[in-house]
Design a protein around this ligand. Structure first.
Ligand code: FAD
Length: 375
C-alpha cells in the first residue's frame, strides 16, 4: 500500500506527537509512524519544565486534566549525601510518560493525524520527495520530521556518526509508592551516576537513574547494584527503603549517547532527541523535544504556504533556530555532567552553592529556556 501525506513524522514520542498535533491542527495531512503501542512506560525522569506551558496552552492542550504533580523545589546531593537546595526559577510538573504520550497521541488522532503503528525501516529522498518504508507499507511525503529518539534503526539507515560509537551509559526507571514531597525534584549522585526522584500523577514516585555501564556490570542484578552503589548515598537509601516497587521489574535502556548530532540530515528535520540529547541531570529534554517540534512545525507551515521559498532556506532556518535555542544548553549540560563525574569538584561546588544561594538557580537557568514565546 502507498500513501501520500504532506508530512511524515518518524517516531511518536513527545517531539513527534507535538509536531503531529500542531501540523494536523493547521490543516496539513500528517502521517505518524510509531513502532510501539500506546500507552506504555518509558525510561524518563518525568519532570517537565514549565517553559512549554505557553505552547501547550496555545495548542489548546490542557495538561492539568492529567493531574500532574506541581514541582517548585530542587534538591541536589553528592555521593556522600551533602545537599544543596533551591527554588526552581520556572518550576515544572511531574507526569508519567504512560499518561502524557498517550494523551498527546489521542489529541493528534482527534485532529486527523494518520498513525501507522509499525516500525519505519527505510527513508530516502529523491526528486524533492521522500519515500518512507515501514514493515508493511510505503509512504511518500514532501517533508519528513525525524522524531525517532535517542537511538533508532533509522540512525543506522542514515549512517549517523554517533551510532557506531559505544556509549558507557545505561538508565533504569521504575514507579514506586512511598513517602516523598509532592513539590520536589531531587537529583542524588552516586558512584558512577545520578538518580532523579520526583512525584508524578496519583501520588506515584518516579525513580530514574543514569549509570555507568562499567560500574553496573560488576553486580549480578539491578537490586544488588542499587543496594551496593546507590544506597551509599543516604538520601537514596532512605527513599528506596521506604518505597514499594509498582512495576514487575524496573525498565532499562542502554547505549545512551550524548554525542553531537545534526538538526538536519538527508533533508530530514530532526526534532527532540534525534537532533541532540541533553544530559538528563538538566531535566529538560522533554521541554526541548516539544519546543523543537514547535520550531519545525512553524517553519514547515511557512514552507507549505510559500513564505519560505526553497527547501534549502527551510533547512538553513531550522538549523539556525535549533542552534539558537538549544546549542548553549546542550553544551552546559555536557559541562555539568563532566563536573559531576569529579567527586572533589562536586563537593566544592556544593559548598559554594550553600554559601551563595543564588548560584544554584543561576546554574539551573543556564540549562533551561525561557517560557516558549507565542507570536
Ligand atoms: C535517564 C533519563 C532521564 C530523563 N529524565 C528527564 C526528565 O526528568 N525531564 C526531561 O524533560 N527529560 C528527561 N529525559 C529526556 C527525555 O526523556 C527525552 O528528551 C524525551 O523523551 C525526548 O522525546 P523524543 O520524542 O525526542 O524521543 P522519544 O520519547 O524517545 O520518542 C521516540 C519515539 O520514536 C519511536 N521510534 C524509534 N525508531 C522508530 C522507527 N524506526 N519506527 C517507528 N518508531 C520509531 C520510539 O518507539 C519512540 O516512541 C531523560 C532521559 C533519560 C535517558
Amino acid at each position: 500500500m502507498r500513501t501520500n501525506s504532506d508530512v511524515v513524522i518518524i517516531g511518536g514520542g513527545l517531539a513527534g506527537l507535538a509536531g503531529a498535533f500542531h501540523l494536523s491542527q493547521k490543516g496539513l495531512t500528517v502521517t505518524l509512524i510509531e513502532k510501539s503501542a500506546y500507552p506504555r512506560h518509558k525510561v524518563c525522569g518525568e519532570y517537565v519544565s514549565n517553559e512549554i506551558l505557553p505552547y501547550l496552552n496555545w495548542l489548546d492542550i490542557d495538561i492539568s486534566k492529567l493531574q500532574p504533580a506541581t514541582i517548585s523545589k530542587f534538591e541536589f546531593s553528592t555521593h556522600k549525601g551533602k545537599t544543596a537546595s533551591a527554588h526552581l526559577p520556572l518550576g515544572g510538573f511531574g507526569i508519567s510518560r504512560y499518561q502524557l504520550d498517550n494523551f498527546l497521541y489521542q489529541k493528534a488522532v482527534e485532529k486527523g493525524c494518520i498513525v501507522i503503528k509499525e516500525m519505519a525501516t527505510d527513508v530516502s529522498f529523491d526528486n524533492d520527495l521522500f519515500t518512507i518504508s515501514t514493515t508493511n507499507q510505503v509512504v511518500s511525503a514532501k517533508i519528513v520530521l525525524g522524531a525517532f529518539g535517542k537511538r533508532s534503526n533509522i540512525d543506522q539507515v542514515l549512517s549517523r556518526d554517533f551510532f557506531i560509537k559505544k556509549s558507557p551509559w545505561l538508565a533504569v526507571k521504575a514507579h514506586y509508592y512511598g513517602k516523598f514531597p509532592n513539590d520536589l525534584v531531587a537529583l542524588h549522585n552516586f558512584k558512577g551516576g545520578y538518580c532523579g526522584v520526583s512525584k508524578v500523577e496519583n501520588d506515584i514516585i518516579n525513580i530514574c537513574y543514569l549509570a555507568n555501564y562499567a560500574t553496573f556490570k560488576q553486580y549480578k542484578n539491578i537490586e544488588e547494584y542499587q543496594f551496593n552503589v546507590l544506597h551509599q548515598n543516604q538520601h537514596l537509601k532512605t527513599i528506596f527503603e521506604n518505597s514499594t516497587l509498582l512495576f514487575d521489574k524496573p525498565l532499562t535502556i542502554s547505549q545512551i549517547s550524548f554525542d553531537k548530532k545534526q538538526p538536519v540530515e538527508n533533508h530530514i528535520l530532526m526534532i527532540g532527541d534525534t537532533a541532540g540529547l541533553i544530559h538528563p541531570l538538566c531535566g529538560n529534554g522533554m521541554a526541548m523535544a516539544i519546543h523543537s517540534a514547535k520550531i519545525a512545525s512553524e517553519l514547515v507551515l511557512d514552507y507549505d504556504a510559500g513564505k519560505i521559498i526553497s527547501r534549502e532556506e527551510l533547512e538553513k532556518n531550522y538549523t539556525q533556530q535549533w542552534k539558537k535555542h538549544f546549542g548553549k544548553r546542550l553544551l552546559i549540560g555536557r559541562l555539568l555532567a563532566r563536573i559531576l563525574r569529579n567527586k572533589s569538584i562536586t563537593n566544592t561546588l556544593i559548598s559554594i552553592t550553600v554559601a551563595l544561594p543564588g548560584l544554584l538557580p543561576f546554574i539551573i537557568k543556564q540549562t533551561h529556556g525561557k517560557p516558549i514565546a507565542i507570536n
